[in-house]
Design a protein around this ligand. Sequence first.
Ligand code: IVH
Length: 709
Amino acid sequence: MYTPQDEKRLYEQAKELATIQVTDNADTVLMQLREVINYADWKYYVQSNPVLSDSEYDILFKKLHHTEQNYPELVTADSPTQRVARGLSERFPTVSHLVPMLSLDNTYNADDLNDWDRKCRELAETDAIEYCVEPKYDGASVSIIYDKGALSRGATRGDGVMGEDVTINVRQIKSIPLSAALMQYGIEQVEIRGEIVIHKNVFEAFNKTRVAEGLSPLANPRNAASGTLRILDPTEVRKRGLSAILYHISDYTLAPGAQRPAALETHYGSLQWLYSLGFPTPAKEMKVFNHIDEVISYCSEFEARRDDLPFEVDGLVIKVNSFNLQDRMGMTSHHPRWAVAYKFKARQGTSKLVNVEFQVGRTGAITPVAKIEPVYIGGVTITSISLFNEDVIREKDVRIGDTVLVERAGDVIPYIVKPLTELRDGTEEEIKFPTNCPVCDSVLEKQPEEAAWRCINIGCPVQVAERMIHFVSKDAMDIRNLGGANIQKFYEKGFLTDIPSIYHIDWDKVRTLGGFGDKSVTNIQAAIDGSKQQPLNRLIYGLGIRFVGETTAKTLANAISHIRDLYEWDKEKLCTLEDVGPKVATSVVDFFERPENRHMIDTLEAANVNLLNQKKEQMVGDSALAGKTFLFTGTLSQFKRSDAETMVEEKGGSILGGVSAKLNYLVVGEDAGSKLEKAKKLGTVNILTEQEFLNLINSESAQEVNEAN
Ligand code: IVH
């Protein structure tokens, strides 16, 4: 859909548009902005090969949004800003599909496929059949209609005849184009079928966050996709990062006098053509074969690498390639005769739930873990499965002694689908959730909005050990060799008591333990010494502050010069940082207010652990904005606040939390309020528009270049 020349042009245009100010020619600029954003979306969501950084994309998007606000008469329905829907739906209206959504007949082995091929040849009255094979995606099916090239409706499968109109949510899925050049091919209306899916890694990250927040995780990517599609809040839908794969044209209407496009003679041709128009189809994953034997060997070869795809696939779909033959073969009331699913071996099994253990995590959350009789599923023996929290146990009504259905979906961790209640004999016992910590016996507590019970004794031995294990982990201080097992051992022996004690281990005592020779001790010591120079963001992450993951730790580190700066930051100031909301802010403030945590930082400092943002240290002094203070207020449309703040800091300037006599520059976006008033009153603050700020930064850069020359 984009030639290499197009791509080059659009890329250059993106760079140029990011710097211009829209004064006249708004209609041309808007068109160009839409074109480059659509291109960037396609590269990112369909090709998985981004061309712009997040902040470059953001600048362009904001510019488009802002300009459209200034010129509301120039907004078009297919503008990328129009995915953004506001408000909640009460429920989704029911709509009829243009053509009923059928399901597929299943096959499980070579014999089934040979039988199906024989029937196909009978029905098609020919032996010369081409088969097209593509993955069977495990998500939620949808049917999407484009009228005159514009996305006009998206509906769930429902009962196959009627589905729910979820257009508003379908518009949030960035791989689905809001418009396409269908009219150029004489296609007035088209109904396209596909699957809404969620990337396995997006799903895992999403569940991790849910569990960390004390919520129940979603069972699998399929449930996550279908549940998300029917959420009533489109903003939440957008956040969940759904993807789509479109795999079937179920109906189309030609414009009067138009010729059917040649591509619409075969299934393969139709999906390659849709792909060329910007649609996310399995164009790269499809294969055409002339004989069922080739299909069969492809099926087993593909099954062996089913986990290589970013989405969950539960089989392959084999379709007769020629649309003429498809029409000749027809369908039953349930499924087309020209297509069949080849289902991969189920990764489910049954086992007996023998016991439930309750584990205490680093943050004190209690996780029930089901111990089951060993069951072999898809190459892995499973003996232990997380039940996440008490709500999951109650919702599923699992009991000790139950036979349970276990599923292992791809790389996703195994989970209990349900107990087989029909196999109960009355001896099953209810799972009793403890009221006290299984390790330190403190009474467990539960916040009203959370699903997790917690041990809130921060001295609870397991939590202490887990905190140290987190501190040394690869993404935190990365102290190799001093892994979980050693920490446990040293902690039990009393050689380790808390995080700072890692820097004061009595190695003579360690040497008395078996297995710690000079070489291994030297290695661990070197790793511990090396960690003293780790950058500040790793230390902040390693401290294990609740809700502060790696990204937030980086944001915090970038905003400060020394870890103690955070003692001064209140919730309001923390909330001005990118992606820091009240929950994270409260947790950070609580952490740094606690005397025991301040003491820990003093002790780390005494051990020479780096507490400085060294990048910032190096920059100050030799740079253009050294000593200058900035504050941003109002809604910024040309850049992200965090990016602008980074720009200031990279040039040696600093960001203040409020307007005071210390402030040199206030950069104002739209709807600036009290801060602007106060700055005007003070009379000493330079007030800049966004553009003036950009000019200042750029002129400072120019100066630097000149000086360098
Ligand atoms: S073709 C008439 N192709 O599997 C055409 N379906 O078990 C019918 N599915 O309801 C659909 N990947 O939701 C087709 N590549 C693919 C598919 C696919 C997943 C789903 C679809 C269908 C279900 C049948």
